[in-house]
Design a protein around this ligand. Structure first.
Ligand SMILES: [Ca+2]
Ligand SMILES: [Ca+2]
Length: 190
């Protein structure tokens, strides 16, 4: 086909002879591929976001369930009661949830508890049965105490028979005996 003929008779053009349309087809193919991979990326991102939302929802649900049961903390089996109660009622609160007031029998545990408690709390120690003889809730005797200065003092012979932990005091010297009817939150342990 002559040059002039080509332009004067467009219907006679052979598509294989014409680089313009070929390039157009190649460009279109590339664009299709491009659109395809863009769609794939969008679908992958959307699935990722959906997965994240699902994981967040499950985690929140687990946390809410845990909170309802009083399990405010993690896998170490420790949790704090949600209301201010006497020592005995705090103990009931723990026992109703398959736990008991916490026993602190190592320096490591004392440090661990003090590190994240923000308020005065009951622990599982008392001399309710015999004045001056401290016992844990599992009836084991006290071996190592982390008493605040001057404590336990059974102040004014006022039957200070239940033990609280005061986190604002020194880490290894923050226990105090107090009247059991005082209202505090308790630290429970599974
Ligand atoms: Ca006492
Ligand atoms: Ca005291």
């Amino acid at each position: 086909m002559e040059f002039d003929d080509y332009y004067e008779n467009p219907n006679r053009r052979n598509i294989m002879d014409t680089p313009g349309p070929q390039r157009h087809c190649q460009d279109e193919g590339r664009a299709r591929k491009c659109r395809g991979s863009r769609a794939l990326v969008i679908i992958t991102v959307c699935l990722g976001i959906l997965c994240l939302l699902l994981i967040t929802a499950i985690t929140l649900q687990h946390f809410q369930c845990s909170s309802k049961q009083g399990f405010l903390w993690g896998p170490d089996g420790l949790f704090m009661s949600s209301e201010l109660m006497s020592w005995s009622d705090s103990r009931h609160y723990c026992r109703d949830r398959g736990a008991d007031l916490v026993i602190i029998n190592t320096e490591e545990k004392q440090r661990h508890l003090t590190s994240f408690i923000k308020e005065r709390v009951w622990i599982g120690l008392s001399d309710i049965e015999n004045e001056g003889i401290m016992k844990w809730v599992d009836d084991s005797p006290l071996k190592q105490g982390f008493w605040a200065d001057g404590e336990p003092n059974n102040y004014n012979a006022a039957h200070e028979d239940c033990i609280e932990l005061i986190p604002k005091k020194h880490t290894l010297n923050n226990w105090n005996d107090l009247r059991c009817s005082e209202k505090k939150k308790g630290i429970c342990e599974k």
